[in-house]
Structures are given as C-alpha cells and as structure tokens.
Design a binder for this molecule. Structure first.
Ligand SMILES: Nc1ncnc2c1ncn2[C@@H]1O[C@H](COP(=O)(O)OP(=O)(O)OP(=O)(O)O)[C@@H](O)[C@H]1O
Ligand SMILES: CC(=O)N[C@H]1[C@@H]2OC[C@@H](O2)[C@@H](O)[C@@H]1O[C@H](C)C(=O)O
Length: 370
C-alpha cells in the first residue's frame, strides 16, 4: 500500500505529512515528507482548545472552541496531503490510504479518556481517499495507556538494520518516548518525560524565540544538577514501563522543583536540556539490559547539545535517525502511515509491553469517502 501518514504532535508546531510504502508488516520505502507549519492564530486556537478540553468527560464532547479547532485542523491536514502529493507529482487517486493521528487535546488514560481532534470523515471526503483515524481510543478503552503507538513501527525499522542489540529508538518531540528492541523479545516502550516542551516554553518566555535553536543557548550554560535531581524525585521516573504522559504533566512540577527564575537564559536552558537527557537515562535501570545503541528522532535530534548530554548520560552510542537512513523529522508521520496499514488489516498496534493493555490490540477507525 501507498499510505500518507499525518502527525501533529505535542509541540504544536505544525503537521508532518509523509509517504510510506508498506504492507503493515514490512516497510518497503520511507518516502518524501513535508511540514505544514501552524500559523500563530491556529496555534492560539489549539492552545485554547486544550484549555477548553480540560473538563472533558466524554470523548465526543466538544466544548468551547474545540469544534472550530477540529474543523480547522482537519482542513489543514487535507492541505498538507495535497501539497505533499503535488510535490511528488501524484494525485489522491495514487494513494490507498491516509493515517490521520489528529491533535491530542486531552490524555488521561487513568480516567479512560484520550482525545485526538480531527474529523476523519471530512478528511476522507475532501481527499476522496479512505482515512484511518482515532488510533488511541481502542487501547485506552481496553485499559491501556493509549501511547506510545510507534513501537511496532520502530521494531519493523530496526529489524532492517544490522546493529548490536538492544537498540533504543528515542523520539524527542514535545514529550519524549522510547522503544527498546532486543531481538525477538516484545518491544518495551514508554514515554520518558519532557522532551522539548519545557525548553521551548522557557526560551519563549526569556528570549521571545520559541526554541533553543541548535541547542546554542544551553551550550553556553551550566546545568544545575541539584535542580535536575529534584525533578527526578517525581514518582513517574521510578515507575517501570509502560507509562504515558499528558503534554502538560510536568509543567507545574518542574516550575516548583527546579524554580528556574533565578537562572540566566543559558543556565536555565542547560538545566532543562540536562533534565530531558536525565529523564531518558532514568529509564535504563528499569530495562532488562541497557541498550547498546540509541537512535534519536524528533525535533530533539536537531539539538547537538541535547545529543551530547544524552551520549554522556547514557554511556552508549547515540545516532540520529537521519544517520541510519530514516527521517528524524518525519518518523512519526511515517509511523502513522504504517499504523494505518496495520489497522486496515486488523493487525495489532499495541501490546502489553508497550501500553500495558492486557492483550495485543488493533485500533483505528476507518472513514471511507462518500
Ligand atoms: N534546530 C533545532 N534546534 C533545537 N531544537 C529544535 C530544532 N528544530 C526543532 N527543534 C525542537 O523540536 C520541536 C519539534 O519536535 P517534533 O516535531 O518532533 O515534536 P512533535 O512531533 O510536535 O512532538 P511529540 O513527538 O511530542 O508529539 C520544536 O518545538 C523544537 O523544540
Ligand atoms: C497522547 C499522545 O498524543 N501522546 C503522544 C505524545 O507525543 C510523544 C509522546 O507523547 C507519545 O507517547 C505520543 O505520540 C507518539 C507518536 C506515540 O504514540 O508513539
């Protein structure tokens, strides 16, 4: 199948769209990708949507601006697909399926609720292509964490590489998550903690720039290890995998524990970057054996200061996804193309070792164009 995967992650920087050729078991080709950035009004609408989603009790409720936000982002996803196809000189008739993650506005698996906004039917009708959406709901309904979903894709990719095992695939987006693959053993996975989100917020508040470009600010600072250690006392970090996070989960805790207000922009950025690296390293003692190689994807792969801190704290080889022939920026979009193909075939997306669900589960809801 030729599938376009779509992901709009917790950083809310935009929509990633990527083409993949797969049968849902093997990956035949990781195709071209692009990012459709969210403009400032769309980002503001999504921030408000997340605020309005806080009191959600039912996954179909759409209080406040949620309904507007859902339609707006659906249409932007259609634009992203059309732009990608145009770039490839293809038309919607040339693809078999679209994998539409949607924008997470609420994630409380403990309360049995995870909500990704996006109208699958509207996207299917506007493109004239079947759309697989709502990937997390079935897992959460069955008692799983509903995240991470990408491990089964990471496993398919790692199987094609000749690398010493175990191999860890680390995605550093707004939130960071890891998959550990060790031969034929079921992949072990979890969210590890904050990825770039806290660094982004801090940089925006201090400098008006929404991220620490290339880790340059952190590179000039010194991490305050005591503050990092204070944050690591949160019980989340001692909990064995699987486990997942809402994007805002650590905001208040880090503000209270790390109290960054007294630090310079450089030292604050260095401390938050060290925190991301330290929370990733905190997973290692929870694994059966330490990974020999770490492959880093997501926006964090573009931050050399973070990569250096990871290598030091993990004491293992750290490579970027691009260095092994994948796309660090498009890996999650490729993943949702792969997951859509699996869901279409009824193959499992989640496993007891990845989301804590009792038995392997398929998922997704298929929308066909009318
Ligand atoms: N050149 C760069 N230098 C430093 N950081 C960068 C750079 N480019 C991107 N980033 C970081 O990567 C983030 C975006 O990462 P990504 O697109 O992987 O996140 P996401 O997919 O939205 O999140 P998630 O995986 O949690 O859903 C930006 O917000 C920024 O913090
Ligand atoms: C609820 C939700 O949207 N979680 C995202 C988020 O972004 C990163 C991390 O937290 C991850 O577990 C998950 O996305 C990835 C793609 C996943 O499910 O594998």
């Amino acid at each position: 199948m030729r599938v376009v995967g779509l992901m709009s992650g917790t950083s809310m920087d935009g929509i990633d769209a990527a083409l993949i050729e797969t049968d849902g078991e093997e990956v035949f080709w990781l195709g071209a990708a692009l990012t459709q950035p969210y403009d400032a009004p769309t980002r503001a609408l999504l921030v408000q949507a997340m605020e309005d989603a806080r009191g959600l009790n039912h996954r179909t409720d759409r209080p406040g601006v949620l309904c507007d936000a859902e339609v707006r982002i659906t249409d932007l996803h259609a634009e992203a697909v059309l732009r990608l196809l145009e770039h490839l000189r293809l038309t919607p008739g040339d693809i078999d399926l679209v994998g539409f993650h949607g924008q997470t506005v609420f994630h409380r698996p403990d309360a049995g609720l995870t909500v990704q906004i996006g109208v699958g039917e509207r996207l299917a009708c506007s493109l004239g292509v079947p759309v697989m959406a709502d990937f997390r709901a079935a897992d959460v309904a069955a008692g799983g964490e509903g995240a991470p979903l990408v491990p089964v894709f990471h496993r398919a990719l790692v199987q094609r590489l000749a690398l010493p095992q175990p191999v860890a695939v680390l995605n550093v987006g707004g939130v960071a998550n890891v998959t550990v693959i060790d031969g034929d053993a079921p992949p072990i996975a979890c969210d590890t903690g904050p990825g770039n989100a806290l660094i982004d917020d801090f940089m925006f508040a201090r400098t008006g720039v929404p991220c620490d470009v290339d880790g340059q600010t952190a590179a000039k600072g010194t991490a305050d290890e005591e503050r990092v250690a204070q944050v690591l006392e949160h019980p989340f970090f001692a909990k064995p995998p699987p486990k997942s996070l809402d994007r805002n989960e650590f905001r208040r805790f880090v503000a209270e524990r790390a109290g960054l207000s007294g630090l310079s922009a450089e030292d604050g950025a260095a401390t938050l970057t060290a925190l991301t690296a330290a929370t990733v390293a905190a997973v290692v003692p929870l694994l059966p054996r330490p990974p020999a190689v770490w492959i880093v994807a997501g926006g964090g792969a573009r931050n050399p200061t973070l990569l250096a801190m990871l290598a030091r704290r993990l004491g293992a080889e750290v490579r970027t996804a691009d260095a092994v022939g994948w796309s660090a920026d498009a890996l999650e979009a490729h993943a949702f193309g792969f997951l859509a193909a699996r869901a279409l075939k009824g193959l499992p997306l989640t496993f007891p070792t990845t989301t804590g669900v009792a038995v392997p589960m398929t998922g997704g809801v298929l929308f066909r164009p009318k």
